[in-house]
Design a protein around this ligand. Structure first.
Ligand SMILES: [Zn+2]
Length: 150
C-alpha cells in the first residue's frame, strides 16, 4: 500500500513475535536497572502508593479480602465461600460464639497453615489464640487443665 511508503524510511512491518522477543531480551539485559528504578519510584512515592492501595481496597472490599487470604496462603477462598461459611455458622465465631459481621476486620477466615485450606470463620482473638497454642489440641488441653486446677 502506498501509505506504508510515506516518509523517508520505510517503517518495518509490525511483527508481534519479533516485538515480544525484543521486549523479553531487553528486559533480561536490563532487569536489574528496571527493577531498581521501580523500587526507587516506590520508595520516593510511598504516600502515593499507599493512597492508591487504600482507594483500591475501599473500591474493591471483596477482592481486597480475597487478596489478603491469598497472601496468607489460604487456597480457594472466595468472598462467596466466606459468606456461605459465616451463614452456616449463624454469624457466630466457631469457638466463642460471639456475633460476627462479614465486613469487620475482627472477622477472620481461619485456615490450616499445613494445608492452606480454610476451616471456618472465627473472631480475631480466637484465631490468634489457636496460632498461639501452636495449632495443637494437646497444648490447648493442657492449658484448659491448667486453668481448671489453678
Ligand atoms: Zn471467638
Amino acid at each position: 500500500m502506498a501509505a506504508e511508503f510515506h516518509g523517508r524510511k520505510r517503517r518495518r512491518r509490525y511483527d508481534p513475535e519479533a516485538r515480544s522477543a525484543y521486549v523479553q531480551r531487553y528486559y533480561q539485559e536490563n532487569s536489574e536497572r528496571i527493577k531498581e528504578r521501580a523500587r526507587r519510584w516506590q520508595r520516593e512515592n510511598k504516600d502515593r502508593m499507599n493512597a492508591r492501595t487504600r482507594a483500591w481496597r475501599a473500591a474493591n472490599p471483596h477482592k481486597s479480602r480475597e487478596k489478603t487470604w491469598r497472601e496468607r496462603g489460604i487456597k480457594n477462598a472466595t468472598y462467596r465461600t466466606y459468606l456461605w461459611v459465616l451463614e452456616a455458622q449463624n454469624h457466630a465465631c466457631a469457638v466463642c460464639a460471639r456475633d460476627l459481621k462479614p465486613n469487620e476486620k475482627q472477622t477472620h477466615l481461619d485456615h490450616d497453615p499445613r494445608t492452606g485450606c480454610w476451616r471456618g470463620v472465627l473472631c480475631s482473638p480466637c484465631n490468634v489464640a489457636i496460632g498461639m497454642f501452636q495449632e495443637s489440641t494437646g497444648v490447648m488441653e493442657r492449658a484448659t487443665q491448667y486453668l481448671a486446677e489453678v
